[in-house]
Design a protein around this ligand. Structure first.
Ligand code: KG4
Ligand code: ZN
Length: 343
């Protein structure tokens, strides 16, 4: 049931990859429900997401997940003020399932539809856990598909300061985890194994571009790990999974932290936020906090459940889009390669 007429409720829907999620969020930052049905177990045997299977699973799950989100929030569809949905970037077949459901609901209920950029959603996850966080700030968005340093000038104004030129950080975690036999998804497994390893055991490369560039490259680190593993195998020597995990993780985190600090200094902002699945990484969180706080920056990161894909972050971003007068038309299409800041 609605509290007051002034309150604004958004039903958020997210299906860009392998999580089917729906959430009800009140006034942008108060999560009333956030149902996430993950297909991770399904893809463990393949070592990664199979797009066609993901789309079919979303079709099966989308209606029950939306119903459960409404039920848990104690609200009805009629109570919603807007429907927010991810329309890109992501897997096209997966995006289309959530988008079609959102468009159908917006049309039948005669409610506004707000299309949300997936990365904008990841950034917005920080608003949910930190009621005092407001733009401007620097956000490091690191997930399975993205590694971006973003200057968040306003709720819907973004400037990309740096990005990966090859693999995303999460992709490198997943590929290295597979190579050392840890399974899928690799990020949390490397994070865990690294706790018992020596981060200085191997010197994997840290790639920086020319002065002034905040871009990343993670394919070199991944290749260095693969070469190391091959070399050890040829010599018949055993490898320490924990040491490889710790040394690889340290190399990735060093580059992420150094570049994001450079960005924060250049933009003269006080606040730095983390977002995306890799933002759940314990070393990234602690090292960034440690180094940044020494320079007087404040560091924000979402709780782990809001770091990985979820619909609450999409509803939050949709709220701020709507408040700026941004509404999508019902012919909105999925855009798999959507750029941040593009509509
Ligand atoms: O944001 P997300 O759920 O999906 C995408 O939009 O890609 O991110 C998933 C990525 C995966 O690559 C996963 O291995 C990584 O985030 N990840 C982590 C951790 N938890 C998830 N990487 C490093 N450390 C973690 N603790
Ligand atoms: Zn994501």
């Amino acid at each position: 049931m609605r509290d007051t007429k002034e309150d604004f409720y958004v039903l958020g829907i997210e299906t860009s990859c392998d999580e089917t999620s729906a959430a009800v969020v009140k006034n942008g930052r108060q999560v009333l429900s956030n149902v996430i049905s993950s297909q991770v177990c399904l893809f463990q045997k393949y070592g990664g997401v199979v797009p066609e299977i993901a789309s079919r699973k979303h079709v099966e799950l989308i209606v029950p997940v939306i119903s459960e989100a409404l039920e848990k929030s104690g609200m009805t569809l009629e109570d919603m003020n807007a429907i927010g949905v991810t329309y890109g970037p992501g897997l096209v077949g997966a995006l289309l399932v959530g988008l079609s459901a959102a468009k159908g609901l917006a049309f039948s209920l005669d409610k506004p539809l707000v299309g949300v950029h997936h990365i904008e959603g990841h950034i917005a996850a920080n608003y949910i856990d930190h009621p005092d966080l407001e733009p401007p700030f620097i956000c490091l968005v690191v997930s399975g598909g993205h590694s971006h340093i973003v200057y968040v000038a306003d709720y819907n104004q973004f400037e990309i300061l740096g990005q990966t030129r090859d693999d995303a950080a999460g992709e490198a975690f997943d590929k290295v985890a597979r190579a050392i036999g840890l399974g899928y998804p690799g990020g949390p497994l490397i994070d865990k194994a690294a706790r018992d390893g020596n981060p200085k055991a191997m010197a994997f490369p840290r790639v920086y571009f020319d002065q002034g560039s905040l871009d990343f490259s993670f394919s070199g680190i991944k290749t260095a790990v693969l070469n190391y593993l091959n070399g050890m195998q040829q010599k018949g020597e055993p490898i320490s999974v924990e040491d490889v995990a710790a040394s690889f993780q340290q190399a990735v985190v060093d580059v992420l932290v150094n570049n994001v600090l450079k960005a924060a200094r250049a933009k003269n902002t006080r606040n730095i936020a983390l977002a995306g699945g890799v933002a759940a990484n314990s070393l990234l969180r602690s090292q960034l906090k440690n180094f940044a706080e020494k320079e007087g920056f404040r560091v924000f990161y979402p709780s782990p459940v809001l770091c990985t894909d979820n619909a609450a972050m999409i509803a939050c971003a949709a709220f701020y889009e709507y408040k700026k007068g941004i509404v999508s038309s019902l012919d909105l299409n999925a855009v798999p390669g959507l750029k941040l800041g593009e509509r």
